[in-house]
Design a protein. Structure first.
Length: 435
């Protein structure tokens, strides 16, 4: 596919922003709600792309390079989110609200407690499958959406299979829930046992441990000579300081470059995503999630061809789809992520399509997407819903999911190293490059 001409890309970006609202709002049952979810998605996609932030990269990047700046930035966003969320939870609890898992009809629910997950076999298997899948596909759920918006066409193969896997995963989760194995485990909301101060303290201590391990691993890789720091492209760097004798002009390339082109650091992305996490929680009374709507997208697509899934496992999804796919809030936000990522590159006149892959790579992306879909439904969430929103809402399940995901991802990185275009060879098999 041809690259969009750079001179017109800014106008394309503005056009995408206008179209995002002009097309969807007239069709939505609640235009104000549509606008809220679209604005949120656009902001998330823009931040993810402008800062090159990714949740899957917290594992892959440090393994491939030994450099842990993204992993440390993830620690920051988790710490900020969990600390401020604790205050919102505490305020709700003082008013008599309880976590969603134990709420009876009519009870007030602590916002975000829907992500206090059950720690059991399904969570462990789902986390491991998701970790394997995100390595094979080249990104997690939010990463797949933003990659698609950035023009990485591998996502056009992994996302449909992600949706297929989600539909299959809904059925698998339903069938598994009917077995005795599904009852093995527990649900732990940390404030119930430690109080809110204790829950925050333990969460921050765990994150501090991850930071310490990251720093230790960086030094270990440096000592081994297998450490690499990413070099930013020239166009992503800040422009040199303006000469003293040059008059300031707001309408200038310097202003344009600062506002739309200069790459944001991972820390900037971490802080902004923490803000968006809280914004979603406060405006929707639920935490950020991505993959729950994928099964509904799949059912909607099948319905277009007269295919209906009548199994009881799909009752809730069928009911949601009956209300109109344009009214699925999470779905609108996900579309917003795709468009926001595209806008970030279009406004910077840097959008291009990436078609550098082989047939074997395509099969790997598709299987990766399928595994992510199944894994996300078994674990009731992905890197966002189960990991970030789990830890961010003071649930032990987020930590357990993270360990399972890390194990699956590490195994996939070792196995697929050098076999897929998006995964380089085992770094220890390369010549030493750091002194």
């Amino acid at each position: 596919m041809p690259v969009v001409r750079a001179t017109s890309q800014v106008w394309w970006g503005l056009g995408v922003l206008v179209a995002a609202f002009a097309i969807g709002m007239p069709l939505a049952a609640d235009p104000a709600q549509f606008a809220l979810f679209m604005i949120t998605g656009l902001a998330l996609g823009y931040i993810l792309t402008r800062s090159r932030f990714g949740y899957a990269g917290g594992v892959k990047r440090i393994y491939m390079t030994g450099e842990g700046s993204l992993t440390k930035a993830l620690v920051i966003t988790f710490a900020l989110s969990s600390t401020f969320t604790a205050g919102l939870h505490w305020a709700a609890a003082q008013g008599g609200a309880v976590i969603a898992a134990v709420a009876a009809e009519g009870d007030a629910v602590i916002p975000g407690s829907q992500n206090v997950g059950f720690i059991g076999i399904a969570l462990l298997i789902g986390g491991a499958l998701f970790g394997i899948g995100m390595v094979m596909a080249g990104g997690c759920a939010s990463g797949t959406l933003s990659d698609l918006g950035e023009g990485a066409l591998r996502a056009a193969f992994s996302l449909p299979m992600f949706i297929v896997g989600s539909v299959v995963g809904v059925w698998m989760t339903y069938e598994f829930s009917a077995t005795a194995l599904s009852e093995i485990g527990t649900r732990v909301y940390l404030p119930d046992t430690l109080g809110y101060p204790g829950a925050v303290a333990v969460t921050l201590a765990g994150l501090l441990g991850i930071y310490a391990i990251t720093r230790w691993y960086e030094q270990k890789r440096k000592a081994e000579g297998h450490y690499a720091v990413e070099q930013w492209s020239e166009h992503e760097k800040e422009l040199p300081e303006q000469p003293a004798g040059e008059p300031y002009r707001f309408l200038s390339y310097r202003t344009f470059h600062t506002l739309f082109v200069t790459r944001w650091t991972f820390v900037t992305g971490a802080v902004l995503l923490s803000f968006m996490f809280l914004f979603i929680l406060m405006t929707t009374k639920k935490s950020w999630g991505v993959t729950g709507v994928f099964s509904e997208w799949g059912i909607w697509f099948l319905n277009l061809f007269g295919i209906e899934l009548t199994h009881p496992a799909f009752a809730a999804a069928n009911e949601a789809v009956a209300g109109g796919v344009i009214n699925l809030g999470t779905g609108v936000r996900n579309v917003g992520i795709i468009l926001g990522a595209a806008v970030a590159l279009l406004l910077a006149s840097r959008f291009r399509f990436d078609v550098k892959f082989r047939g074997l790579d395509i099969m790997t992306y598709m299987v990766g997407g399928l595994l992510m879909g199944i894994g996300a439904r078994l674990a009731n969430g992905c890197n966002i819903g189960a990991l970030y929103s789990g830890i961010g809402n003071l649930s032990l399940s987020g930590w357990v999911f993270g360990l399972a995901l890390w194990a699956g991802a590490l195994g996939a990185l070792k196995y697929f190293g050098g076999k897929v275009n998006i995964i380089g060879p085992n770094p220890h098999s390369l010549p030493k490059n750091y002194v």
